[in-house]
Ligand binder design. Structure first.
Ligand code: ADP
Length: 482
């Protein structure tokens, strides 16, 4: 049945693939071994034997005119497992090395030897086969591979002590058959052993790999609940996978915690102004004498706070998704901060706040002016909210070679060291009973982080509990036109 679109094709398991892989390797190995045994063995063996015959002939011919020629011939034939004869032109034997072995040469009659001589001009390599049924000898020229049972016959017309003679060497190649039979039976045993070893090995490796993967995928089903207990793996890759999944589980837990906190914080931040607005509005509806400027201002302020919160939420999500494009342009940072600080001074003078700005040289940066001023305002708002009883906020501009650093310091409660890295997270608040900032929305530092990162700058905080905090950011200075 063909798989349809809704019916996905069943994939092979790792275990099946390993089994298949091993069986293919075994099949290829055996096929190659059998090929070598059946085809190549005969070829190689008959080549080696033919070369042996040629070399022996070359060797003994060197002694043709020596006194010990027949002795050398006998030795060479014996060493190479051949038999040798020297015959006269009439087929009679002049010398017989009388070696044992599967020699056909000795069984030839004089007339058969004569026939052989008649076939040869100078030197020849022949194959000599004896048919036991017809009891006949067959002589062929030696082409390619020798068939089993044939002997290699070398015959050459030579002159020894002035007499024309014929040198005959006979090398049996019949051991090939025996060796082939032996190695065939060895191959059959080897094939069985190889298949069994392959199956056992495949099973072992499959268990080693597929087992832990199965355990990991079973455990990974709990990831949806942000839980993951890494099973034993026995391999570096699976350890890595375990680590990645554990990190994913931790991240999911963190996101889950942030989501719960977000809902808690948001409902707190939304509910407070909404309760105030509806409370004041109802009071004014029921008691016309309460329609005072002060009450109306409270309603307007709380509405503004809601608007700021919603705007900040929108801003940060647009910034983080890259949907709010930056509009970088050169602007005088020092003057812009100075103007902002002046506004803060005027607005908060009646409440007793003091703002000091130390700037030094005037600096120009290439950045999105509105975004950078939002960062400055967020830091000033926090400093005002959290500063100590002296209500002092200090702003300092430090100019380095190619960057400028703005530091906003307060004299407040400070932040515990373990919280320092967390305060930049969205909606993170150091304590749950979070002090209600004049303009803060719980997103201030998150906006600082996103904006400064988008500008390729750096940001950070130093804080001492009980003494105050210094929040800072750094931006590259615009190159001066020459
Ligand atoms: P918000 O101030 O509206 O809560 P922020 O993102 O601006 O939100 O700040 C996150 C948290 O960091 C605050 O809840 C506060 O606990 C801490 N924080 C920020 N600025 C200061 C500061 N100047 N002094 C002490 N704590 C601060």
């Amino acid at each position: 049945m063909k798989p349809t679109a809704d019916q996905p094709k069943t994939k092979r398991t790792i275990r099946q693939k390993i089994f298949l892989g091993f069986l293919i390797v075994v099949a290829i190995t055996l096929a190659l071994l059998w090929l070598a045994q059946v085809v190549l063995f005969d070829l190689v063996y008959s080549n080696v034997r033919t070369n042996e015959v040629k070399t022996t002939a070359r060797h003994v011919k060197l002694y043709l005119n020596e006194a010990n020629f027949y002795k050398m011939l006998a030795d060479a034939a014996a060493t190479n497992d051949m038999c040798a004869e020297v015959i006269s032109s009439d087929g009679s034997i002049a010398y017989d090395a009388e070696n044992t072995g599967l020699c056909l040469l000795h069984s030839l009659t004089q007339s058969q030897r004569q026939e052989l001589i008649a076939m040869v001009d100078s030197a020849a390599l022949l194959s000599l086969t004896y048919d036991p049924i017809t009891e006949e000898y067959e002589v062929n020229s030696l082409n390619g591979v020798l068939i089993g049972g044939s002997n290699i016959l070398y015959i050459e017309k030579v002159t020894h002590n002035g007499e024309t003679l014929y040198l005959l060497l006979d090398a049996a190649v019949s051991p090939v058959g025996t060796i082939k039979k032996a190695s065939a039976s060895f191959l059959i045993t080897l094939s069985f052993v190889l298949v069994i070893v392959a199956v056992l090995l495949a099973n072992f490796i499959a268990k080693l790999i597929a087992g832990p993967i199965g355990a990991i995928s079973r455990e990974a089903k709990n990831l949806a609940r942000a839980s993951y207990t890494p099973p034993d793996s026995h391999s570096a890759e699976l350890d890595e996978l375990n680590e990645a999944l554990s990190t994913a589980a931790k991240d999911l837990k963190k996101v889950e915690r942030q989501r719960t906190e977000l809902i808690a914080n948001l409902s707190h931040d939304l509910r407070t102004p909404l309760t105030l607005i509806s409370g004041y509005a109802e009071m004014m509806r029921d008691l016309p004498s309460e329609v005072t400027e002060e009450n109306l201002t409270t309603i307007v302020d709380e509405t503004k706070r809601l608007t700021t919160l919603v705007n900040d939420m929108l801003d940060i999500s647009l910034l983080e998704n890259g949907q709010k494009p930056m509009q970088p342009a050169p602007f005088a940072l020092t003057e812009a901060i100075d103007a902002t600080v002046k506004q803060y001074r005027e607005l908060t003078a009646k409440d007793g706040y003091s703002f000091t700005f130390t700037s030094g040289d005037s600096v120009t940066v290439i950045a999105d002016r509105a975004m950078i001023l939002q960062v400055v305002c967020n830091l000033l708002n926090n400093a005002m909210t959290y500063t100590g009883e002296d209500k002092t906020v200090t702003i300092e501009q430090i100019v380095n070679e190619d960057s400028v650093r703005i530091e906003v310091s307060d004299t407040g409660c400070g932040i515990e060291p373990d919280k320092l890295s967390l305060i930049w997270d969205r909606y993170y608040k150091v304590d749950a009973a979070h002090k209600r900032a004049a303009r803060g929305t719980g997103l201030g530092l998150s906006i600082v982080r996103t904006v400064i990162s988008l500008h390729g700058g750096r940001y950070g905080v130093r804080s001492t509990v009980g003494k105050g905090s210094t929040f800072w950011f750094e931006l590259p200075i615009a190159p001066r036109p020459d």
